[in-house]
Design a binder for this molecule. Structure first.
Ligand code: GLA
Length: 414
């Protein structure tokens, strides 16, 4: 008799959706009540979302970022919550969040200290993961600050230790690696069963960069603008997927118009740029972590057609093709009918001041069968109409289409 052993590839969940404190509240501007209020708002039904809640749409993770910890570990070496922010401890908060049907995520750092100088986990991976497990944490974001003076060691050596502890004590938790793409994280993070891995330095709510010396206020690295982040992440399509994990071009900055991320010299995002940002994150299968739940952004972040593209069962990050004035992303979609093919297209006007006009026929080499299966994704209560022969795009605007046609017509969206 032969003994066969099969390596069963792990199937990850679709890219995670939720809320994270960092981009809006930074280190100091939140407490336990902020998290509880976010949880309430996630499950509240909203008129702007046709009576659904953000949680109904999939935004289920409440993640506390840096500065939730006290400045020092406890006498037993364990991490402890900052008593001013969490006067009743952190467990009660997690329990309340779970009672609402939501999940809880926590931040830690694989180095000597977190990016804001709170205790790092470097000699305590097991202890800290055990603690998170006891508290009932569902998701761990692991940062990469203060990893040593030489900086010579490959990030893998730190993350291996941490992910071994996660596999042992919290095998069902999601692990979001946040080392900004150093050491090409997309090549080794899947081996560590990470849910996602950051591919760039920290996002800011600016579409274009005014100059190249945009060093962040912590002196840690270059803070890219959206254009740069999109460029980097779009080149990494081959590395993400259902059996691998997800490229993470950082959290959403939709609705962020004040606070520590803003460069006063650069314009914040326009409505068209916010919509493009959100839509491109959906096409790139990026985790969707909100910074704010402000009602003014609900129509953008609650676009159900885009969320369906994001959560599509095939889990394929879109491929990008570029022309001088446009970027075009193509994303294959699942079709429940074998005789049909489905895919989504996103056209972005790259230009900052000029409008762009595109003939829709040219997207499918004038194949009328493909064109007749084309519908446009609309925002909010805009009404749907037949796709016009030419479409016009404002500066940095995206227009998004879904194509469904008989498989025999070879409408590949490519
Ligand atoms: C790094 C991460 C951010 C955030 C901060 C917190 O910069 O990339 O997402 O977690 O640390 O200090």
């Amino acid at each position: 008799m032969f003994a066969f052993s099969f390596l069963v590839p792990q199937v990850f969940s679709q890219p995670v959706m939720g809320f994270n404190t960092w981009n809006q509240y930074g280190c100091n501007d939140y407490t336990a009540s902020t998290l509880l209020q976010v949880a309430d708002e996630l499950v509240e039904s909203r008129e702007q979302l046709s009576g659904k809640s953000l949680a109904d749409l999939g935004y289920k993770y409440v993640v506390v970022d840096d500065c939730w910890m006290a400045e020092e570990r406890g006498a037993d070496e364990r991490l402890q919550p900052d008593a001013t922010k969490f006067p009743d401890g952190i467990e009660a908060v997690i329990e309340a969040i779970h009672k609402k049907g939501l999940k809880f995520g926590i931040y830690m750092c694989v180095g000597y200290a977190t990016c804001m100088g709170r205790p790092g986990s470097i000699y305590h991976y097991e202890l800290d993961v055990q603690q998170f497990s006891l508290w009932g944490v569902d998701y761990i974001k692991s940062d990469f600050c203060y990893v040593g003076t030489s900086g010579q060691e490959h990030p893998f050596s730190y993350y291996k230790g941490l992910s071994d502890a996660i596999q042992q004590y919290m095998p069902h938790a999601l692990h979001a690696i946040c080392n900004w793409g150093i050491g090409e994280s997309w090549k080794w993070a899947p081996q560590l069963r990470a849910h996602s891995w950051r591919t760039t330095y920290d996002i800011r709510p600016h579409w274009s960069c005014s100059n190249s010396d945009n060093v962040d206020s912590y002196g840690k690295g270059i803070q890219p603008c959206l254009e740069e982040i999109i460029d980097t992440n779009s080149r990494l399509t081959a590395f993400s997927g259902l059996h691998k994990g997800w490229n993470d071009p950082d959290m959403l900055v939709v609705g962020v118009d004040s606070g520590h991320l803003i460069d006063p010299e650069l314009p914040v995002l326009t409505l068209e740029e916010e919509r493009s940002h959100f839509a491109i994150w959906c096409f790139m299968e990026a985790p969707l972590m909100l910074a704010t739940l402000d009602t003014s952004i609900l129509q953008t972040i609650g676009n159900e057609q885009l969320l369906a593209i994001h959560q599509d069962p095939l889990g394929m990050q879109a491929l990008r093709r570029s022309t001088k004035h446009a970027h075009i992303w193509f994303k294959f979609l699942h079709s429940s009918d074998d005789s049909k093919k489905r895919c989504a297209l996103l056209i972005l006007n790259r230009q900052s001041t000029e409008k762009l006009s595109i003939g829709t026929a040219q997207l499918f080499h004038n194949n009328s069968h493909c064109l007749s299966g084309l519908t446009e994704v609309v925002w909010g209560r805009e009404s749907r109409s037949a796709v016009a022969e030419r479409v016009t795009l404002q500066p940095h605007q995206s227009r998004i289409f879904i194509m469904e046609a008989s498989a025999s017509y070879h409408c590949n969206c490519l």
